[in-house]
Design a protein around this ligand. Structure first.
Ligand code: PLP
Length: 420
């Protein structure tokens, strides 16, 4: 199919050309004296992304799932009790992983479309006078439902219950796109992957651990080898890794951290909010509903759009892909067929999203969903126009015939604006 594939699944996300170029390089000796500079820069840069000065980042050649595992096995023992909110497919999978490692998980089930139940967490912790519960597991942004939970409120609930459990937060589809504050929220273990807000291919599982989490290693008896924090701490201290690092991913990560630092985290969060608001305007324009039940749960990185009763979200996704070269996210687990998801995170702008909204709209009409042609596109476009930043100043052009600064332009550079 000519033209680019429109990649609008909520991860992997579009990899900027700058990052692709940075990854495209010859292999090198990962034990050379030059290598530590790369490692040290990455670990320092990641601290800024997690908003921590005291936390310690770990970079594993893995994915978000590996990050889940690393966080648990380094700090827990088989038989430990933890509580976890289950409000979507990813919280469900994390709970299963914890159970496979022998943890006893008190599951707080909530409707898929809502976030972590802060009051119930506080209640459970307050009743646990013996402090048997060792950890609280929360998926910050549930990618399956497009729901963002309030991690600061979970921390407040833990404080209110005066409970010493560790706070484990999955930030796979939030870190780098939605505000995340490891130090301020006193998150003990934060997990992310490379293929979402960091704009890289999948391949890195990144964990950031608080000093309390690092201290918990002493008593943690879960078997661990590849994911052992201890081996990583030792090797990272000298700027190396305990095994052969995924070099292109590390160079890509360096470029990603540079891009994020140039743009500024706050600017990036604001952009994600604005782009997400446009998608939500489109969904209202279509007369459809999000899976997220209330605005307080709305995610700025992914919108899960419920299709009307009798229609199939899988058909929308299939037509969008085969006819319009647009990749939308599927309904996962118990939501299979009931929705499609539009990922709006990473390296994106308004017009790219309008393309995805147009494709989703056409595919929905193709499969017989009754929405007015142009309704979503118009609503989103008007939102983007109405919230656009002031026009950036036009680059100054030298007046015709004016002498040019030495070295500016080449012989072939036109001296006056060419209008076509
Ligand atoms: N957690 C969340 C919130 C996710 O969205 C995903 C993947 O999409 C994962 C965990 C699992 O990550 P991975 O597929 O990188 O193992």
């Amino acid at each position: 199919m000519p033209g680019r594939n429109f990649l609008f699944v909520p991860g992997p996300t579009n990899v900027p050309d700058r990052i692709l170029r940075a990854m495209h390089r010859a292999m090198e000796d990962h034990r050379s004296s030059a290598f530590p500079e790369l490692t040290t820069g990455l670990l320092g840069g990641l601290k800024k992304i997690f908003k921590t000065t005291t936390g310690q980042p770990f970079i594993f050649p893995a994915t978000g799932t590996g990050g889940w595992e690393a966080a648990l096995v380094n700090t827990r023992s088989p038989g430990d009790r933890v509580i976890a909110s289950r409000h979507g497919q990813f919280s469900h999978l994390w709970i299963e992983l914890a159970q496979r490692h022998g943890l006893r998980v008190d599951i707080l089930d909530v409707e898929w479309g809502e976030g972590a139940p802060v009051d119930r967490i506080e209640d459970a912790l307050s009743r646990d006078k013996q402090h048997e519960i060792k950890g609280v597991l929360v998926v910050h942004n549930e990618t399956a439902t497009g729901v963002t939970s309030d991690v600061a409120a979970v921390r407040r609930a833990m404080d209110a219950a005066k409970h010493p459990a560790l706070l484990y937060v999955d930030g796979v589809s939030s870190v780098g796109s939605i505000d995340f504050r490891l130090d301020e929220w006193r998150v003990d273990l934060a997990i992310t992957g490379s293929q979402k807000g960091l704009m890289l291919p999948a391949g890195l599982g990144i964990v950031c651990a608080s000093p309390t989490a690092l201290a918990a290693r002493e008593h943690a008896k879960c078997p661990r080898a590849f994911f052992d924090f201890g081996d990583m701490i030792k090797a990272n201290a000298t700027g190396y890794f305990p095994y052969t690092p995924a070099l292109p991913m590390l160079y890509g990560l360096r470029e990603s951290l540079d891009i994020i630092s140039e743009q500024g985290l706050d600017t990036i969060f604001a952009r994600h909010h604005r782009l997400a608001e446009g998608v939500r305007a489109a969904v209202r324009g279509w007369g459809l509903k999000l899976c997220a039940r209330e605005p307080k749960w709305y995610s700025n990185t992914v919108s899960a759009v419920m299709v009307p009763e009798g229609a199939s979200g899988a058909d929308v996704i299939d037509v969008a892909f085969r006819r319009y070269n647009l990749a939308l996210g599927a309904g996962l687990g118990r939501l299979a067929g009931k929705l499609f998801r539009i990922g709006h995170l990473g390296d994106l702008n308004e017009l790219m999203l309008l393309g995805a909204i147009a494709g989703a709209e056409m595919a929905m009409r193709d499969v017989g969903i009754k929405i007015a042609a142009g309704s979503g596109v118009a609503a989103a476009a008007e939102h983007y126009r109405g919230t656009a930043a002031p026009l950036p100043a036009r680059a100054a052009m030298p007046s015709p015939g004016a002498p040019q600064a030495p070295g500016a332009g080449g012989a072939a550079t036109p001296r006056t604006a060419v209008r076509t």
